[in-house]
Write a protein of this length. Structure first.
Length: 376
């Protein structure tokens, strides 16, 4: 019977009947299943024969599945990568945007639900990340989305703060936190996430917070203006099975935040540098952001319930020693590039360029090996 049934229905039926053995009718009745059903069924159904009771149970399961399928909300995601300040930072920012776009595609988002805007037009990019294009995309989606849908916005790049306004650095006029808040006010979705992975992003949190919206920033204040590495590890969380802390084959916003925050701390400790960014999360629409969401401070409930990435067979297959080593090597090369740039002022220019070229070549080779693994 189950072999010709809708897979989701079959799964529920098997789960429902699993404890009772192969002879479903006899075992269900012997375990008092009929009595339980009859006691909760309307009076007119309580005198039915056992087979009828079983059929009623099956109908209940079919009906619940049908309701779940028709009520399935859609998820929409917008990735915006801005200017890098210099060519090397620009390459990293574009790389993180590309990796995030790829991860969300693998999670099941198609081109009607996933949009990437970048500082330069390239493969996979929907439009250049200028202010008018950002407005167009957000307005278009605002008219398409429904309250039950999920909306996710990811900002990667440089931010600035002049003690008055936060600004996201993009080609042409920058966008302030107030302008983003105004554009997002048109989004009808009751569940939203805004992940601002730029320097100085902490200054945008107050303007962006709202009931039903998760806000994550890579810094705790606008004064943390140095180039932020939080994006590297947040994107990595959506690629790494290790970020799936509860092992349910998906990564929630809270799991991604915790993974990235830990890695940011590790990065600065390994570089023996004072941390210049302290990630925050806020998902109640009120109060300050926190570095760690716990039941004590009331943060994290909405973030734990929002899935950012669903892991599939491909990710399971790529969770091998070779793949893990390549991903670690990629992050190590990126970290080495940042450390080199940090020391640039104290180095001979020719020595600096030689080391930079070597690291960039190594990074390209590692990325090619990862791409080849995914194609297998």
């Amino acid at each position: 019977m189950l072999s010709h049934t809708n897979p989701s229905v079959a799964h529920r039926l098997r789960y429902l009947f699993r404890p009772y053995g192969a002879d479903t009718h006899r075992d269900l009745l012997s375990h008092g299943f009929r009595r339980g059903l009859e006691s909760s069924a309307p009076a007119g159904l309580r005198d039915r024969k056992p087979v009828s009771v079983l059929l009623i149970a099956v109908c209940f399961v079919f009906a619940s599945v049908a309701r779940a399928q028709t009520a399935e909300p859609a998820t929409y995601a917008v990735i915006i990568t801005g200017l890098g300040g210099d060519a090397d930072f620009g390459k990293m920012i574009d790389g993180w945007g590309k990796d995030l776009h790829s991860a969300l595609e693998k999670s099941g988002l198609n081109k009607e639900h996933l949009y990437w805007l970048a500082a330069t037009k390239q493969e996979g990019v929907y439009a250049v990340s200028q202010a008018d294009q950002i407005r167009n995309v957000l307005n278009m989606l605002a008219g398409r989305m429904k309250p039950e849908d999920v909306f996710q916005l990811f900002l990667i790049g440089h931010g600035s703060y002049d003690d008055y306004d936060y600004r996201f650095n993009i080609p042409g006029p920058d966008l302030t936190e107030a302008q983003f808040a105004e554009m997002l006010s048109r989004v009808p979705c009751e569940r939203q996430a805004v992940v601002n992975m730029t320097s100085a992003s902490g200054a945008s949190l107050a303007a962006l917070r709202k009931k039903g919206r998760i806000v994550i920033t890579s810094t705790s204040a606008g004064q943390e203006r140095n180039f932020s590495v939080f994006a590297r590890y947040f994107v990595a969380a959506l690629e790494e099975p290790a970020a799936d802390a509860d092992k349910n084959e998906s990564v929630s916003a809270l799991e991604a935040f915790r993974y990235a925050a830990r890695e940011v701390t590790r990065y600065y400790e390994s570089q023996k540098r004072l941390a210049t960014e302290h990630p925050l999360i806020e998902d109640r629409g009120e109060g300050e952001g926190v570095r760690e969401a716990t039941p004590d401070n009331g943060k994290g409930l909405l973030a734990s319930a929002m899935t950012l990435r669903r892991m599939g067979n491909q990710e399971t297959a790529l969770d091998t020693s070779e793949a893990r080593q390549l991903r670690a090597s990629k992050r190590q090369n990126e970290e080495a590039i940042e450390q080199l740039k940090y020391r640039k002022a104290s180095m001979d220019s020719e020595q600096y360029m030689q080391q930079l070229e070597m690291l960039l070549v190594n990074l390209a080779k590692v990325q090619q090996q990862l791409d080849n693994l995914e194609k297998k």
